[in-house]
Design a protein around this ligand. Structure first.
Ligand code: CU
Length: 544
């Protein structure tokens, strides 16, 4: 039965004027209903996305799979006494979720890569062979090294070829990592599975009574979120409302879904790495037990920080030591992180989400572990009095820094080797971001107007910045200088990075002549007036 009374044949027309109005009324009514349907549809769609955006696996895991521990990569020794590591980037399939084969990428395997380990003073050579069908790069995140060895977008490895950077490790013990950094494709390459840990040791850290048996009481915990389609393949889609990029609804630790770990000692060190492309975690335990934060990105804190939560944005690392009772089961959990967002943004940025990460199963008897020492390291913190220059960088929207998108042919900043600068980074967008600087570890001089909180008080290379937040970083630039090849600074939310929220800086000796990287990339100078931009005193720079 029709409900359209205007066209009902039982109602006779009364006048020509009435007849003329009918089509108009029908049109108006039609437009109105269409509009209403559209509005309701959009509201429904938004409500659906809203309801779908709230993700939690808390209480739903069976902890069925033993946590995979990435193997330690054994180096060869070459004639010059250098440690030589062989990495091969390859495609394959992995069983990431039970019963499904997923097409993945990995290093010396089908998903993730081995743990590389070296000590302060080691001379190392990395042979990185690309057996993928497209070019990529491998960046040594957190490493102090020459720009030519950095593995940013200026060091692409073509399919079938090998890149062999070499450097001398000269920085404190730390949990670093390696991952691809190709121009505008980093998010996809990391999401497919290319990443691994790069652990550094030094004698001072080695002498401390900290858990240090790899895979026994010193455990890598690589956190990644994924979304799978019905066939078990990686889903590259994302919510149109997400301000930060792709967020998964499944959690992997070291590539293990639904993982548990048997522990045999009273204290366990967990080396947390956020290797997700966008998701921010706030790591704690399901029973809210306290733990000791002992190290951040660049190595040990001066003193352990006793806490119940450790926020980790993409690229950041933290080492924590937790204590267990014989026979107990504890669950490592990520709680909704504080991203400084409003209610709507929070939902779509994963800030309402919670994940059980890993169940720790303590044996009936546990080997005693010494308590965490009160003093872990003696840092020479960078001193604001030694600052020779202040630079101000603004993160705009989701793709620009100081209103510019990344351009491989443009040098954004030029700094002098071995000097200390203050970098003031302000998030001018409504989106959450973080900020990573290549080649260095920095100190946070101030965070959101106050002193750095304890978890940001040590050496860092990546720091989270909420909307409208300002962080001030003390950065000492490396002794390595290169008048041609730049280092990168960028947001480590990888979609933002790929979209252009990245810039380049050269480290040069005083008075060193500069060469444009555009000459290497056959850049059209008419599109990029590099002669102006390559001046050391960039016009984007402001003094203190
Ligand atoms: Cu960002």
């Amino acid at each position: 039965m029709t409900t359209d009374l205007a066209t009902s044949p039982s109602r006779p027309d009364r006048s020509p004027a009435h007849r003329r109005r009918r089509p108009l009324q029908r049109l108006l009514l039609g437009a109105l209903s269409l509009g209403l349907i559209a509005v309701l549809g959009l509201a429904g769609l938004a409500a659906w996305f809203w309801s779908q955006a709230d993700i939690s696996n808390v209480g739903q895991l069976g902890f069925a799979n033993q946590l995979k521990i990435p193997p330690l990569l054994q180096p060869r020794q070459d004639g010059a006494g250098r440690k030589v590591f062989d990495l091969r980037l390859q495609a394959g399939t992995s069983e990431l979720v039970a019963g499904k084969r997923t097409q993945t990428w990995g290093v010396n395997g089908s998903y993730l890569g081995p743990t590389v380990r070296a000590a302060r003073g080691d001379k190392i050579v990395m042979h990185v062979r690309n057996d993928l069908a497209e070019p990529t790069t491998i960046h040594w995140h957190g490493m102090h090294l020459p720009a030519a060895a950095d593995g940013g977008p200026h060091q692409p490895i073509q399919p079938g070829s090998t890149w062999s950077p070499s450097w001398r490790v000269d920085q404190p013990a730390a949990t670093l990592w390696y991952h691809p950094h190709p121009h505008e494709a980093t998010e996809d390459h990391v999401y497919r599975g290319l990443a691994g840990l790069f652990l550094l040791d030094d004698p001072d850290a080695g002498a401390l009574p900290l858990p240090d048996r790899y895979g026994v009481d010193d455990i890598p915990v690589i956190l990644q979120d994924k979304r799978f389609d019905r066939d078990g393949n990686l889903d590259f889609g994302q919510s149109p409302f997400s301000p930060i990029g792709r967020l998964g609804d499944q959690l992997l630790v070291n590539g293990t879904h639904d993982p548990y770990l048997d522990i045999t000692s009273q204290r366990v060190r967990l080396r947390l790495l956020n290797a997700s492309t966008a998701r921010v975690y706030s790591v704690g335990f399901a029973d809210d037990r306290t733990f000791d934060l002992i190290a951040s990105d660049g190595g040990l804190l001066e003193r352990p920080h006793r806490t119940t939560r450790m926020p980790l944005s993409p690229g950041e690392r933290a080492e924590i030591v937790a204590e267990f009772q014989p026979g107990e089961r504890a669950v490592l959990r990520s709680y909704p992180p504080d991203l400084g967002l409003d209610r709507f943004q929070r939902r779509f940025a994963g800030a309402d989400d919670a994940f059980d990460l890993l169940q720790l199963r303590a044996g009936a008897t546990l080997t005693p572990s010494p308590p965490v020492p009160d003093r872990l390291a003696y840092h020479q913190q960078l001193d604001e009095a030694g600052v020779v220059r202040t630079r101000r960088l603004e993160l705009n929207g989701s793709s620009r820094i100081n209103d510019l998108r990344m351009d491989l042919g443009r040098i954004d900043q030029t700094v002098t080797a071995d000097t200390t600068e203050l970098w003031e980074i302000t998030n001018r967008s409504g989106n959450p971001h973080n900020f990573h600087v290549h080649g260095v570890q920095f100190n946070v001089a101030s965070y959101l107007g106050g002193p750095p909180p304890p978890h940001l008080a040590g050496w860092k290379d990546t720091v989270f910045i909420p909307p409208d937040g300002t962080v001030r970083l003390l950065v000492q630039f490396p002794g390595y200088s290169d008048p041609i090849l730049p280092y990168m600074f960028h947001c480590h939310l990888l979609q933002h990075e790929d979209n252009g929220m990245m810039g380049q800086f050269l480290v040069v000796q005083p008075g060193q002549p500069l060469t444009s990287p555009s000459q290497q990339h056959h850049h059209d100078p008419r599109q990029n007036p590099t002669s102006r931009e390559l001046q050391p005193e960039s016009d984007r720079v402001t003094g203190p």
